[in-house]
Design a protein around this ligand. Structure first.
Ligand code: FAD
Length: 457
């Protein structure tokens, strides 16, 4: 009897899982393995760990308690497990991130030295990073041509859950209990919850998505990012379901399905950019701002982290981040602009705080989202685009519903003042701070710094 190992990492699901199907095709039994790797656990905050453990618990239930969880360095643990069940093949979905690639190379070497094989099938993306190139044969750096090439390339249909598989058993560690989350409310975790959310989104907020996705308060976007992060759902599954809805004539004229597809493509684009430029996980992607002067993260940066800047839309966002581990995209951009352009702090500091607190924290999307706003990344927003927190609040939260939800002190502030409570005759309400910076002055400072950096090139 042959056993094959399926080592899951960012693909915590049974449906549309090519690596699992590949393992099932060659083994009489499949051992499903997850390795708790401290190199990945350390930078993840409590919310992401809790979400991961919940996904693992659901997966374990679906495997009738046969998920084998081990703890330690995969280069040691995976060969140990393969030896224990005498598996010739260990199946994975490819990981194109900087750490994942090194880790998998080390595991492959260790397995090969024992006459075993690491077999990669599929990836967490509809089109695997590294597959698309410009006409000149170089990786893409600009989204729009990437999107054209990505759409033209296409992707295959989802594959069914493998039927009749016999799950092998091997003693493992217990799935850890959730870390202390305090009052944080996490979204439901796991494959079934992800599929249910996809259905709800497609039959609900998708209609109107193109117009409403920037409104921070309300059920306006899919909130599938945590499920996509851990692969409880593959983007191919989402794209196929979306195509069915669009083919069914559900408001295609409004471009909602098309807009949603392009947002999924941003995730694929950033993964492609990171795979081609692994150093962009730590440093500026481009040298456009190599000569830029920054401030060290100090007292004002601390105030930002805890939602105490005195700018309601900025603080509401950071308080939502602390309470839910999630933020709408528009607010993520407002936060990044505030850190980079009002506080003049290098994007890496804000990006690290986001990664620690986000339930969907993803190196490629997070770091490149920050770099896009900072002006150091792909297709960068022009340096003179500095988000005005008051104007952003008025445009996207015109009634102040969002800021009032997260900042109780603003509940009685009239709509006209809710995004600039310091202009009330008596100043900001008790318990809410005055602005920690003068936005107009910081905007001028940011532009001067950008121009100096540009002139120094
Ligand atoms: P929807 O609007 O429903 O979009 C569907 C899916 O498309 C998302 O789940 C996501 O996978 C993808 N997507 C949408 N917008 C983007 C985008 N701008 N870039 C990349 N993918 C996108 N996304 C993460 O998944 N993890 C992160 O750590 C992360 N950090 C970010 C940091 C900054 C500063 C910015 C500006 C954006 C960041 N994003 C990140 C992208 C985006 O904000 C989130 O994916 C989105 O808000 C998740 O909500 P949703 O699932 O409801 O999105």
């Amino acid at each position: 009897m042959t056993v094959s190992v399926c080592w899951l990492r960012r693909d915590l699901r049974l449906y549309d899982n090519p690596a699992l199907c590949a393992a099932a095709a060659v083994g009489d039994e499949v051992l499903v393995l997850f390795v708790l790797d401290d190199r990945l656990r350390r930078p993840a905050g409590a919310v992401r760990l809790a979400y991961l453990y919940r996904c693992l618990r659901e997966l374990d239930e679906r495997l009738s308690g046969r998920l084998c969880v081990r703890v330690g360095d995969p280069a040691r643990v995976v060969p140990e497990v393969a030896r224990a069940v005498d598996a010739i093949q260990v199946h994975i979905g490819a990981d194109h991130g900087p750490y994942g690639r090194c880790r998998d190379a080390a595991v492959r070497r260790a397995l090969t030295s024992e006459g075993r094989e690491l077999v990669a099938t599929g990836s967490p993306y509809a089109v695997a990073p590294g597959r698309l190139h410009t006409a000149a044969g170089t990786p893409f750096r600009v989204f729009t041509p990437f999107y054209r090439a990505w759409t033209a390339h296409g992707w295959r249909a989802p594959i069914a859950e493998p039927a009749g598989v016999r799950w092998a058993t091997l003693t493992g560690a217990a799935i850890p209990a959730d870390p202390d989350l305090g009052d944080v409310r996490l979204p439901p975790a796991g494959e079934s919850a992800a599929r249910a959310r996809l259905d709800d989104f497609l039959s609900g907020p998708l209609a109107g998505y193109a117009k409403r996705r920037d409104i921070p308060d309300g059920d306006t976007t899919s909130r599938l990012s945590p499920a996509l992060k851990y692969g409880c759902l593959h983007p191919r599954t989402v794209l196929a379901a979306l195509a069915d809805v669009a083919d069914g004539g559900a408001d295609p004229a409004a471009g909602d399905a098309e807009k949603f597809r392009s947002e999924l493509a941003w995730r694929e684009f950033y993964a492609d950019v990171l795979a081609a430029n692994p150093d962009s996980a730590r440093a500026d992607l481009t040298d456009a701002l190599a000569a830029m002067s920054y401030e060290p993260p100090g007292r004002t940066f601390e105030a930002w982290k805890w939602g105490e800047t005195g700018f309601p839309i900025v603080d509401a966002g950071m308080r939502q981040l602390l309470a839910e581990g999630w933020l709408p995209n528009r607010v993520r951009m407002i936060e990044a602009s505030f850190v980079c352009k009002d506080l003049h702090v290098h994007w890496t500091h804000g990006a690290r705080w986001f990664l620690e607190r986000l339930v969907d924290g993803d190196l490629a999307s997070n770091h490149h989202g920050w770099q896009w706003t900072a002006g150091t990344g792909t297709d960068a927003a022009p340096y003179f685009r500095v988000f005005n927190p008051v104007a952003q609040g008025r445009t996207y939260d015109p009634d102040g519903t969002y800021v009032r939800r997260w900042i109780p002190q603003l509940r009685d502030v009239p709509k006209a003042k809710v995004h600039e409570p310091w202009t009330l005759p008596a100043g900001p309400p008790a318990g809410y701070p005055a602005p920690i910076v003068d936005h107009a002055a910081e905007r001028r400072d940011a532009l001067a710094r950008y121009e100096a950096a540009r002139d120094a090139r």
